[in-house]
Write a protein of this length. Structure first.
Length: 440
C-alpha cells in the first residue's frame, strides 16, 4: 500500500530534467544513467556490429518507434569498456551509421536548490482563511473569473457533444491522491511507470520527499477547469521527483494508446532530447521532421500543454521549447491576477501563451488544499481549456485545438520595453472562430 500523508510541509513546484554537466577530466559523469545510451541506426542490421565496436550489451534494454530508437546498456564486464557514456556518445556522433545518439538523462525537481536556472517556489497551507480542510478557497479563487470560466461552462464542461463521452486528460507527474474528494467519479485508469503497476498513487512523506503532492495539485486544477472531463493519472516521477526520459516516452505512448486526448506536462529540462521531440511531433499530426514514426501510438493524436519553466528569464527549457501549435502543443508561461507575466515565469519566443500561475489553490494529499505558484500550475489550466474545446468541437485535431486556444486569447502588453503576451481565455476558446483576438 502506497502511503499518503496530510501533515503540513513545504515543497517545491515543478519538475525538470537536470542539465548534463560532464567533467571528464575529473572522472565526473553527467546527470544520466552512466551505463546506458539511446540512439538510432541508419540501417538496423548494423546493430550487432555497433554493439561490438562500442562495447554494448548486444540485446537492447528496449526500443521504440520506426526506425527503432534503441536503449542500450554499456558492457562494464572484463571484456567491456571503462569509457563514460558521454565519451561513447561523442564518438557515436561521428559515426555515419548512427543517428541521434543521446544520453539517457535522469530527471529532478525544477526548483531544486542550487540550480542557477530556476527560481524556488513553494506551496503552503493556512495562508488565508480559505485554505485548510475546506474547498471554499479552491472554488472561490481568483483565476476562474479572469479566464471567464463559468460562462465558458455554459457551452462546454468537458463532455463531447457528439457522443456525450468525457474528454480524457493524461497527467504525467508524481501521481495522484485518488481518495481526495474532488476526484470522485473523475478518474480513469492510469499507470505507475515508476513501480510498474496500475496504482499511480502519490508516494512519499512530508519534509522528506519534496515532490510529494505535485501531481495531485496539478490534477485538481484540471478538475476545476474541466469538471466533466476525466483525468488519467500517470506516475513518471518517484517520491523524490526523479525519473528518466525513456519513462516519459513510454508514458506518452501509453496515454495515446489508452484513450487520452490531452496530455499535461508540468516539468521540463534544459537540454533537448530528440526522442521526445520526435514523439511530440508524431502525436500532433503523425509526422516528424526526421521521418521517424511511432507505430505504437497508431492513429491516436494528442494535444500537449507544457509548462514553460520557472527560470524568470528566457532560458530554453524542454520539452516546452519544442512546443509549437504546428505540432499540436503549446508552451505555457505563468501570469498574475493583474494580467502581467509572473516574475518567475520563463518567457521567450516559443512561449506563445500564458495562463494564471501565481498563488493557485488546488488539492494536495490528505483531502487538503493549498496555494502553489509556477508554470506547473498554468499548464493544467490550458489542459482543461483544451478539454473544453475538444468537447465542443470533437472533430478538431491537436493542431487545430492549439491554434484555436492561442488565436482566441487575450492580447495584453506592459512594461518598458514593452512585453506582449497572449493570456488564455476559456470563453473565447470555446466560442470564437480563429483568428479572432479576444478582448473581454
Amino acid at each position: 500500500m502506497k502511503s499518503v500523508f496530510s501533515t503540513l510541509w513545504v515543497i517545491f513546484i515543478a519538475v525538470v530534467l537536470c542539465p548534463c554537466m560532464v567533467a571528464q577530466s575529473k572522472g565526473v559523469e553527467c546527470d544520466c544513467f552512466p551505463d546506458e545510451l539511446i540512439f538510432e541506426l541508419i540501417n538496423p542490421e548494423d546493430l550487432p556490429a555497433i554493439a561490438a565496436q562500442y562495447k554494448l550489451i548486444a540485446t537492447p534494454i528496449a526500443q521504440l518507434g520506426s526506425p527503432p530508437t534503441y536503449r542500450m546498456r554499456i558492457d562494464r564486464g572484463p571484456n567491456g569498456t571503462n569509457q563514460t557514456a558521454s565519451q561513447i556518445i561523442q564518438q557515436m556522433s561521428l559515426d555515419p551509421r548512427i543517428a541521434k545518439p543521446e544520453l539517457h538523462r535522469k530527471v529532478f525537481m525544477l526548483e531544486r536548490v542550487g540550480l542557477s536556472w530556476t527560481q524556488g517556489r513553494s506551496w503552503a497551507i493556512g495562508r488565508s482563511w480559505a485554505i485548510g480542510s475546506s474547498s471554499k478557497g479552491f472554488l472561490r479563487q481568483w483565476f476562474p473569473s479572469l479566464i471567464r470560466l463559468s460562462v465558458a461552462h455554459e457551452f462546454s464542461r468537458g463532455r463531447r457533444n457528439d457522443n456525450n463521452q468525457p474528454v480524457t486528460i493524461a497527467v504525467l507527474d508524481t501521481g495522484i491522491d485518488a481518495r481526495h474528494q474532488i476526484f470522485q467519479g473523475r478518474l480513469v485508469q492510469g499507470y505507475d511507470f515508476v513501480d510498474g503497476d496500475t496504482d499511480p498513487s502519490e508516494v512519499g512523506a512530508p519534509y522528506v520527499n519534496p515532490a510529494y503532492g505535485h501531481g495531485t495539485h496539478v490534477s485538481g486544477i484540471i478538475a476545476l477547469v474541466a469538471p466533466e472531463a476525466r483525468i488519467m493519472p500517470i506516475r513518471v516521477l518517484d517520491e523524490n521527483g526523479e525519473g528518466d526520459s525513456w519513462r516519459i516516452a513510454e508514458a506518452i505512448v501509453w496515454a495515446a494508446s489508452h484513450g487520452a486526448d490531452v496530455v499535461n506536462i508540468s516539468f521540463g529540462y534544459p537540454q533537448q532530447i530528440q526522442l521526445l521531440r520526435d514523439l511530440l511531433d508524431a502525436c500532433g499530426d503523425g509526422t516528424t521532421t526526421t521521418g521517424k514514426t511511432f507505430p505504437e501510438i497508431g492513429i491516436n493524436r494528442l494535444f500537449f500543454s507544457i509548462a514553460a519553466g520557472n527560470s524568470g528569464d528566457n532560458t530554453f527549457i524542454y520539452p516546452a521549447a519544442d512546443a509549437d501549435d504546428s505540432n499540436g502543443s503549446l508552451a505555457i508561461g505563468a501570469s498574475t491576477r493583474f494580467d502581467r507575466l509572473a516574475q518567475f515565469s520563463t518567457f521567450h519566443n516559443r512561449v506563445k501563451l500564458v495562463a494564471p500561475g501565481d498563488n493557485i489553490v488546488s488539492a494536495i494529499p490528505g483531502n487538503r488544499y493549498a496555494f502553489w505558484s509556477g508554470t506547473s500550475m498554468a499548464a493544467p489550466i490550458v489542459s482543461g481549456v483544451a478539454a473544453l474545446v475538444k468537447a465542443r468541437y470533437p472533430n478538431l485535431n491537436p493542431i487545430e485545438i492549439a491554434e484555436r486556444i492561442e488565436q482566441n486569447s487575450v492580447r495584453i502588453s506592459y512594461g518598458n520595453p514593452q512585453i506582449r503576451i497572449n493570456r488564455v481565455d476559456a470563453l473565447c476558446a470555446v466560442t470564437l472562430t480563429p483568428p479572432a483576438a479576444c478582448n473581454p
